[in-house]
Design a protein. Structure first.
Length: 308
C-alpha cells in the first residue's frame, strides 16, 4: 500500500480550486493527520508536532484572507507547515539557518516499497539524525508519497537538490535505524508518578466528584481539534460528564515521547493498544491544564509510548 492510499495527494488538488476560509477549513480537516505526520517526523515529537500544526493552521487562515489565487492549496499548506517546523527547530537549536549544501551530482534511487517500509517503520528519533533537508525530503517522498516536483515546491529546493537529499537521507535513515538506541531510559519522577496515579485511579473509578476537587479553580481544558473549556464548574459539568457517558476508555500513567502523560486504551480491545493520551499540568492549586487528544487519535501514531 502506498503512503497516499486512502488520501488525495497535492497533485490531485485542482489547480483552479478556490480557497476561501470555509474551503480552507475543510482542507485543514482532511490534511491534519498528514500535516501532523510530517511535522512529528521533522521535530521528533508528536506533542510538539500538534502545536506546530495548530500554528500553521492559524497562519494559513490569516494568509488566505488576503491571498490571490493559490494554484496548489495542498502544497501551499504543506509549505506553511514545513516553514513552521523549521521555525520550531530554529527556536530549539538556536541555529540561524538550515541550508544544506548537497552534492547535486548525486542521483536519488527510484522510490520503491522498500524505502516506504523503512521510512514507515523508523522511530521519530531516527529521523532526527538526518540533516533537515534530507529529513524533509524522505518524509515527503517516502512517508507521504509526494512527487519529487512536489517535494521541491514544498521545501523550496531544486529538483537536483531534492534528489541528492533523498538519496543521502535514505542511506542515513537506514543507518540510524540499524544503530542501537543509546538514549537513557525515560522515567517518571516519584512526584509525577504519584500525581498521575492519583488522578488516574479516580478517573478509572469514575469518581468525578473527587477529580473535581483536584482541579484548580481556573483550570483550562483543550479537547484537541474540538473545543476549549475554562473553569472548574465548566470542566466538571461538561468534560467529566461526557466521559461518564462513555465506556471506551481506561487510563494508565505513562510517558509519550518521554514526557509524563496519561495513556488511554479501549478496555474492549484485548490487545490494549494505546488510542490516545492526555497531558496534565499541575500548580500548587491543583490541575491547571488538561490537554486531551481523544478527538485527535492520529497524534499518537509513531509516538514512543511507555505505560507505567
Amino acid at each position: 500500500m502506498s503512503p497516499k492510499s486512502g488520501d488525495q495527494s497535492a497533485s490531485t488538488t485542482p489547480a483552479s480550486a478556490p480557497l476561501d476560509p470555509e474551503a480552507l477549513d475543510r482542507l485543514l480537516v482532511r490534511l491534519r493527520p498528514r500535516l501532523h505526520r510530517y511535522c512529528a517526523r521533522m521535530v521528533g515529537s508528536v506533542i510538539d508536532a500538534e502545536d506546530i500544526v495548530q500554528e500553521a493552521s492559524i497562519k494559513a487562515l490569516e494568509a488566505v484572507a488576503g491571498a490571490t489565487a493559490i494554484a496548489t492549496p495542498e502544497a501551499w499548506l504543506f509549505q506553511i507547515a514545513h516553514n513552521a517546523a523549521l521555525d520550531a527547530l530554529r527556536r530549539r537549536t538556536r541555529q540561524p539557518r538550515f541550508a544544506d549544501a548537497e552534492d547535486l551530482a548525486m542521483v536519488s534511487d527510484p522510490i520503491d516499497e522498500t524505502h516506504q517500509r523503512e521510512a514507515a517503520a523508523a522511530a521519530l528519533h531516527a529521523f532526527m539524525r538526518l540533516r533537515v533537508v534530507q529529513r524533509s525530503s524522505v518524509i515527503l517522498k517516502d512517508v507521504l508519497g509526494y512527487s519529487l516536483d512536489e517535494v521541491g515546491a514544498i521545501t523550496g529546493t531544486s529538483l537536483a537538490a531534492v534528489k541528492a537529499a533523498l538519496h543521502r537521507g535514505r542511506e542515513g535513515l537506514r543507518a540510524a535505524v540499524a544503530e542501537p538506541d543509546d538514549r537513557p531510559a525515560p522515567v517518571l519522577s516519584e512526584a509525577e508518578r504519584a500525581r498521575l496515579s492519583a488522578y488516574v485511579a479516580r478517573f478509572n473509578a469514575r469518581d468525578f466528584d473527587a477529580l473535581r476537587d483536584m482541579l484548580a479553580e481556573d483550570v483550562r481544558v483543550e479537547l484537541v481539534t474540538r473545543t476549549r473549556l475554562k473553569g472548574r464548574a465548566d470542566v466538571a459539568g461538561r468534560y467529566f460528564d461526557n466521559y461518564a457517558r462513555a465506556d471506551d476508555w481506561h487510563l494508565a500513567p505513562g510517558l509519550i515521547d518521554r514526557r509524563p502523560a496519561i495513556v488511554v486504551h479501549d478496555p474492549h480491545d484485548a490487545a490494549r493498544r494505546p488510542t490516545y493520551f492526555m497531558l496534565l499540568r499541575w500548580t500548587d492549586a491543583g490541575v491547571a491544564t488538561i490537554r486531551d487528544f481523544r478527538h485527535a487519535p492520529y497524534v499518537i501514531e509513531g509516538a514512543e509510548v511507555i505505560v507505567r
